[in-house]
Design a protein around this ligand. Structure first.
Ligand SMILES: Cc1cc2nc3c(=O)[nH]c(=O)nc-3n(C[C@H](O)[C@H](O)[C@H](O)COP(=O)(O)OP(=O)(O)OC[C@H]3O[C@@H](n4cnc5c(N)ncnc54)[C@H](O)[C@@H]3O)c2cc1C
Length: 360
């Protein structure tokens, strides 16, 4: 049984009509939250199918609670693995510090989980199917009309870092800022007992569990490093890094430009009928592993805010959502960016000395 479900699954259409733009984690979760709040919901997605590729997401206990309230906690736990023990290391394998996973588990009473992106997308889509009445219209690219809403009571921009909904609300004052680094990410078809991040000179390598028999990995290098260059960049690093790169097929690696939204938005809503969630609102670097978590927290908070106030109270609900989520998500984005800078520092001696002072 889920620990607590805030949204009972009211009949669709009682509250209002929402259009959710984007069928990624943020959009599907927002559709679910609004549907559970009694709204009639339609999702529009520019791609022709749900994209089921991607590697692993860390799901922090706070995001797990959000999934519990959305009725998806059991599905998550069935397809996720706990993340309990990991270290920050030097390229020669020396451990500098433990990641604070034990502390997180002690404080929350449950561990951080890791789940593959396809499984999370499938779980969200299956729950929407189970509730019924949430069409996902594929192959439709949202574009702003005169009043931005297409006649809906609410438009939710869950359309990712290049959000058209955000541009319609705020123009191009905030946009994508690249950081001069590229991440290559992938899954290896074997397990390794070595988890955590290894920090070198201007590059780092991460290894986490993802599901039985498989290992999630990511490697961050200066922008422009090719797949061939990646193996050379980590040659001579500790086990199992060279093995992971040698035994996975570069055709299956995913390239990901490190980027974030800059400057931070002054609001996640127009305070009337449009609201932003997930990367559209606060795209961040993946260093803290919070991209999916923050999108889930946004979606659940939005559902809760509108459920509490009904259609007549929508402007107040959107302002309450903004108050609950904006500062918090922007703080996480800032922390993630700072960690990115720290982990990919050149001449890392001082950094390593500082990390070595962290509690083990
Ligand atoms: C295919 C894919 C694979 C990913 N893999 C990983 C991964 O392995 N590891 C990781 O850390 N992060 C990954 N990410 C990023 C991660 O999913 C997000 O950072 C996080 O989950 C927040 O999700 P989001 O729903 O806000 O944005 P996104 O996941 O970017 O979803 C936005 C959705 O909106 C759609 N869209 C955009 N513009 C429009 C428009 N005008 N009209 C209609 N639809 C539109 C997009 O097609 C997309 O489906 C991936 C994202 C995608 C899209």
């Amino acid at each position: 049984m889920d620990r607590s479900t805030a949204f009972p699954g009211a009949p669709a259409g009682d509250a209002g009509r929402a259009v959710v733009v984007g069928a990624g984690v943020g959009g599907l979760a927002a559709a679910l939250a609004l549907r559970r709040a009694g709204w009639s919901v339609e999702v529009v997605e520019r791609r022709n199918t749900l994209e089921r590729y991607g590697t692993a997401f860390g799901i922090h206990p706070t995001a797990q609670s959000a999934l519990d309230r959305l009725g998806l906690g059991d599905a998550l736990r069935a397809s996720a693995v706990p993340y309990r023990r990991a270290h920050i290391r030097r390229p020669d394998g020396t451990a500098l510090a433990a990641l604070p996973l034990a502390r997180i588990e002690r404080k929350a009473g449950r561990p951080e989980l890791l789940v593959s992106r396809p499984r999370l997308i499938d779980a969200l889509a299956a729950e929407l199917d189970r509730l019924g009445g949430v069409p996902v219209r594929h192959g439709r690219r949202w574009a702003a009309d005169a009043d931005r809403t297409g006649g809906a009571d609410l438009v939710v921009g869950a359309d990712g870092i290049h959000s058209a909904v955000r541009t319609a609300l705020f123009g191009s004052r905030s946009g994508v800022r690249t950081l001069g680094t590229t991440a290559w990410i992938g899954i290896a078809d074997f397990e390794t007992g070595v988890h955590g991040e290894t920090w070198g000179d201007g590059r780092f390598f991460g290894i986490t569990p993802v599901e039985p028999g498989r290992t999630n990995w990511y490697a961050t290098v200066p922008a422009g490093t090719t797949a061939d260059g990646l193996r050379a960049a980590f040659d001579g690093w500790h086990h199992p890094i060279p093995r992971i790169l040698a035994e996975t097929d570069p055709a299956g690696w995913i390239r990901y430009e490190m980027r974030h939204l800059h400057p931070a938005l002054p609001s996640f809503t127009d305070g009337r009928r449009t609201v932003l969630v997930g990367d559209a609102a606060h795209a961040m670097t993946p260093n803290l592993g919070q991209g999916a978590c923050t999108a889930l927290l946004d979606a659940e908070a939005l559902g809760r805010a509108v459920a509490a106030r009904g259609r007549a109270g929508l402007p107040a609900a959107l302002r309450a959502y903004d108050r609950e989520r904006r500062r918090s998500a922007q703080r996480v984005a800032f922390g993630s960016r700072t960690l990115h800078r720290f982990a990919s520092a050149r001449r890392p001696a001082l950094r390593d000395a500082l990390v070595g002072l962290l509690p083990g």
